[in-house]
Design a binder for this molecule. Structure first.
Ligand code: F0G
Length: 362
């Protein structure tokens, strides 16, 4: 038997304490240490001895990368003695905040754009007992209100405008360096409120400065074409996309994302809803990795720019033998409707073996 992964279940604070702001309390659900999966089929798409890996952040306790930052933000909020947590969310932050609040034993309020939260995420917030406040507006409206409420000291804002969230999320870059022995050459990820690209870049830079990695990756971000403020360099008043997690028109970490893109000599572009859904199905059916639509933006971006048949290198030149990491940010089960709405109802048949054999069809 091989040695067990000693980091699995330790949690981000215990594993990376020396790199994080001080936490007396550790409110943890064993987040982090997620799999970095080598993808032979994505690697084959690009060829030229390139290696493509998928960092599966859907394997965190609440099914998204938010847990890495939430453990730090909630632990430090508890240390400060706040009365309650509050956040605006397109869904995953609220699911994560609700779970960590339950773990910490403090109340949590989540302000959500009405009708735009994927079912699984809403169910999570309900299950963990959060106070749910749907607002007749979009995520940007919700975040504006939460920022104002956060000025009252009793609340701790646990959105990524809280630096503790970014500090926790940078640990994903640490893990990738640990697993690969160095940073990758390119890092592809979806961009919404732009906290995650900011966090990854901070993580890569920090280990590089400490001499623990030789390379710095080019950060390559993808926004949905109907919600692409950073790509077009202007606020989008009414963002629209099937990828509800990244349906954001005025990202809070816009400037930091711009800096990450410029400093890393990276790039940002759009992917359409159709490209996102195609990539989601491809990853589920070809590699067995089921992610929510927003997460598939990084894979859609890979196909758009790295796969040879569609104009390789039009966004950035990918040299032979490059190592590419695509982060997939959230689990596919969070948004069942994204799949169900694309299939016709299953046909019922009588419970007879010959009928079942016939229906299987192979
Ligand atoms: N992917 C998923 C699954 C997300 O939930 C988010 C953001 C992103 C990507 C984009 O990350 O905002 O750091 O650029 N979700 C936030 C939320 C906004 O409220 O759950 P980002």
């Amino acid at each position: 038997m091989e040695a067990p992964n000693m980091n699995q279940g330790r949690g981000v604070i215990e594993r990376f304490r020396e790199f994080l702001p001080p936490c007396k309390t550790a409110v943890s659900l064993g987040e982090g240490s997620t799999p970095l999966i080598f993808s032979p089929k994505l690697s084959a798409q690009i060829g030229r001895s390139c290696e493509v890996f998928v960092k599966n952040e859907g394997m965190n306790p609440t099914g998204s990368f938010k847990d890495r930052g939430m453990t730090v933000a909630v632990s430090r909020a508890v240390d400060r003695g706040v009365r309650a947590l509050i956040c605006a969310s397109t869904g995953n932050t609220s699911a994560s905040a609700a779970a960590y609040a339950a773990r910490a034993g403090i109340p949590c309020a989540v302000v959500l754009p009405v009708g735009k939260i994927a079912t699984g995420k809403l169910v999570q917030a309900i299950a963990h007992g959060a106070k749910i406040v749907p607002v007749d507006g979009n995520f940007d409206d919700a975040l504006r209100i939460v920022r104002e409420l956060g000025e009252e000291k009793q609340f701790a804002i646990v959105n990524s405008i809280n630096p503790d969230r970014i500090a926790g999320q940078k640990t994903a870059a640490f893990e990738i360096i640990d697993d690969l022995g160095d940073a990758p050459d390119f890092h592809l990820l979806p961009v919404g409120n732009a906290g995650n690209i900011t966090a990854y870049w901070a993580g890569y830079r920090e280990l590089h400065e400490r001499g623990k990695s030789k390379k710095l990756p080019a950060m390559i971000g993808f926004q949905a074409s109907g919600a692409a403020p950073i790509v077009h360099n202007r606020v989008v008043e009414n963002p629209e996309t099937i990828a509800s997690a990244i349906r954001i028109g005025n990202p809070a970490s816009w400037k930091q994302a711009r800096a990450a893109l410029d400093e890393s000599k990276g790039a940002i572009d759009v992917v359409t809803d159709e490209e996102i859904l195609t990539a989601q199905s491809w990853l589920a059916q070809m590699e067995g990795i089921f992610v929510e639509p927003a997460s598939a933006a990084s894979i859609a971006g890979f196909f758009k720019y790295c796969a040879p048949q569609v104009g390789a290198g039009t966004l950035v030149q990918i040299p032979d033998g490059s190592r590419i990491v695509c982060t997939v940010t959230g689990h596919g089960l969070k948004d069942p409707d994204a799949i169900l709405s694309r299939v016709s109802p299953l046909e019922r048949i009588p419970p007879k073996i010959d009928k079942v054999r016939q229906a299987i069809g192979f």
